[in-house]
Design a protein around this ligand. Structure first.
Ligand SMILES: Cc1cc2nc3c(=O)[nH]c(=O)nc-3n(C[C@H](O)[C@H](O)[C@H](O)COP(=O)(O)O)c2cc1C
Length: 367
């Protein structure tokens, strides 16, 4: 069902043919504060813009005559099967834009056949969300308490059957988000925020203790340098998640696709690398995989799809991604994800597309 704050009747999900149509509908259903929360970034929003620019700074080198009548988009990541290599990234306070909050995103991804990542700061919580669908799902934790608090959270996550635990490491402090400040608005989970000091005190030793106690794969979300990727592998973390939080935390970061190559080089195939940031189209997914990622995360677009048309909207977004991935791969001459590699790309000067990924959207909504 469409997000809270609207009385418009829902549209059938199959009436949306592009992600832009979902975004425009989400814009019309969200009030200004909620739109600002989802769409906004930190300070000047340079990191957010760079994420897009980095994706637009690669052009394809298409290969021809390769019999692409069958294109395979499925893969396996840490033991979970993915119909497409697109994950639903964790988002806090999802109840402000979709009924059911985090459970709606989890249900959409699971029903489609990919992995959702539930944020620890969105209702309805660890157990209720796990019950929304039996499919594989991951959990993302912000540290909000002492070792006893952490231990209890990790126990609940494991008991509820989540297959992996992500620790977000780009949020030592909450950034300065000027769209939210302009609205004098904070997401519900930030109002009377409990224990932000624990996130600021979070360090490698605490992360390693969590890894030791978890009993499921654990890794860090928000790695931005080869140096930290190397430490994370030496400490035994099971994957690397490259992210700058969608440009919502440290302003003036590199775009994540500009970071990805150094991380992939450092990883040397030892652990899977996941990346997110401005992924909006199948071509973006294909570029990230060609540069060595195993999967990508999608944040804001997931929010827009859920806000527009609830669980069905989330599934529709993934169907649109699937069609775009297959089309891009076929035109590129790649029959499976394993055939994607850097020889299919060439770096071009940014920003090649000032109108963003959806040039047909009205100018005030463009991402
Ligand atoms: C509304 C919103 C809330 C978010 N909340 C969280 C969160 O609770 N935990 C987290 O690790 N990342 C959070 N993120 C970051 C996303 O997981 C992801 O890294 C980012 O959105 C990717 O960029 P994109 O939005 O351009 O796809 C949030 C992002 C958005 C848009």
């Amino acid at each position: 069902m469409p997000g809270p704050g609207t009385n418009n009747p829902p549209r059938p999900a199959d009436s949306y043919f592009t992600a832009a149509e979902l975004i425009e509908d989400a814009f019309n259903r969200m009030n200004e504060s909620v739109w600002g929360y989802v769409a906004g970034g930190a300070e000047s929003e340079t990191s957010k813009r760079r994420n897009r620019d980095a994706l637009d700074s690669w052009a394809f080198r298409a290969r021809i005559l390769r019999r692409v009548d069958k294109v395979e988009t499925s893969s396996t990541l840490l033991g979970s099967k993915l119909r497409i290599p697109v994950l639903f990234a964790p988002m806090g306070s999802m109840d402000v834009f979709v009924d059911g909050g985090g459970a709606a995103g989890v249900e959409a991804a699971c029903r489609f056949g990919t992995l959702p990542i539930l944020s620890s700061v969105t209702p309805p919580g660890i157990e209720a969300t796990a019950k929304s669908h039996p499919g594989d799902k991951w959990f993302q934790l912000y540290i909000r308490g002492d070792d006893a608090w952490i231990f209890d959270m990790v126990r609940q996550v494991r008991q509820a059957g989540y297959k992996a635990l992500l620790l977000t490491v780009d949020t030592a402090v909450y950034s300065i988000r000027e769209r939210q400040i302009a609205q004098r608005w904070l997401p519900p989970t930030k109002r009377g925020d409990q224990g932000p000091e624990y996130q600021a005190m979070f360090d490698w030793d605490t992360a390693a203790r969590i890894k030791d106690m978890a009993g499921i794969p654990v890794f860090l979300k928000g790695i931005q340098t080869a140096e930290d990727a190397e430490i994370s592998m030496q400490r035994g973390f099971d994957a690397i998640y490259v992210s700058n939080h969608g440009g919502r935390q440290l302003d003036h970061s590199l775009g994540t696709l500009d970071i990805l190559p150094e991380i992939v080089e450092a990883a040397k195939g030892r652990v899977p690398v996941i990346v997110d940031g401005a992924v909006s189209r199948g071509s973006d997914v294909v570029k990230a995989l060609a540069l060595g990622a195993s999967a990508v995360g999608v944040g804001r677009l997931q929010a827009y799809a859920l806000a527009a048309a609830g669980v069905e909207g989330g599934m529709r977004l993934l169907e649109i991604f699937e069609k775009e991935i297959v089309t891009t791969m076929a035109l590129l001459g790649a029959r499976s994800l394993g055939e994607l590699n850097a020889s299919l790309l060439r770096a071009v000067p940014p920003p090649s597309n000032p109108d963003g990924p959806f040039p047909h959207l009205p100018a005030h909504i463009r991402l």
